[in-house]
Design a protein around this ligand. Sequence first.
Ligand SMILES: Cc1ncc(COP(=O)(O)O)c(C=O)c1O
Length: 373
Amino acid sequence: MTLERYGHGGDLQTAAETFGGSPEHFLDYSSNMNPFGPPPSVERVLRERWRDIAGYPDPAVRELRGKLAAHYGIPAESILVGNGAAELIDLLVRVLKPGVTALAQPAFVEYEEAVAHAGGDVHTIPLRAGDDFTLQSQPLEHALAVSDLVFLGHPNNPSGALVPQPLLELAASSEGAMLALDEAFLDFVPEERQLTWMRRAAASPRLFVVRSMTKFYAIPGVRLGFLVAHPDRIRELKERQVPWSVNAFAQWIGCAVLDEAGYAARTLRWLQDERPWFAAALGGLGLRVVPGAAANFLLCRLPDELAGRVPELQRRLGGRGVLIRDASRFAGLDKSWLRLAVKLRADNERLLAALGETLQAMRDEPHPKEDGR
Ligand SMILES: Cc1ncc(COP(=O)(O)O)c(C=O)c1O
């Protein structure tokens, strides 16, 4: 039975059913949240505003759209807020109805699912380990010619690779496919302001940017994301969105966290130090670590002598209360690939100790037991 039974990491209920114990006791490296947890203003909103849920949320999400507009320097009419980036990915593909959508894979599985829901076909742009999973110009040019929409992670999940800026320019100036960028993890990258395509998307009917607020502010339980596009496109999308899709707590919490400048600065400082340290320590255990951008996760490959044994590694670590992401669920990766979140130093040290011992035990026992999934 796989931990990614419902398609994603961070599924603590499934972990508890698989390995026993309570959902809270796991050290979860399988989903990529800010390890500082929700900022203090989230608790304040929940405590102070619980009575206000007796009313409907603002159907036009005005206050939060206004705050996002001011925060990112884009017009409020170019913003659609959604019940997580996941809702907006699905909505965008359903509304654009592309016959063919190009996906650079491995990528977040929801892109492919959104295409399936909308009844379209996928054109795969294979990303290669030898390029550190960075998109190359020739396959992108081909994809722009044969597809109606190109959907790219920026940075991409699971590799953490950014799309090179010249390739984004190439796609944006193309007469062929439209371009959608998923910037769900871009706020972890210190150069976010220079790298984001939100301002470009606000002005063009052929560009779309999807953003998540759940990862950076550690609020995945709330469900909150937004999409940036030309105001005409936003109107089209809004017409097809479920009314009151963004609940009242999500709207209030979204407004509150945007004022958490200290939390944001602390997050960027931590990641700038911790990511290279953690990557080097994982390399020291014999893993190949994909360099990626400064996102808060690392894609890793097992050393050759342990190739194909990630399901076994996941099972052994799960039995010790540690969850990792088996990356073979991502198209184009086999059972030698795993993805790990980056957390705070004490947790990373615990992970490294458990991982080091488990890899050693697996080396000592060269014939793995049956996978058991
Ligand atoms: C690349 C990527 N985009 C979007 C999402 C969805 O984010 P949200 O929680 O805002 O729906 C995820 C969640 O894992 C993700 O990894």
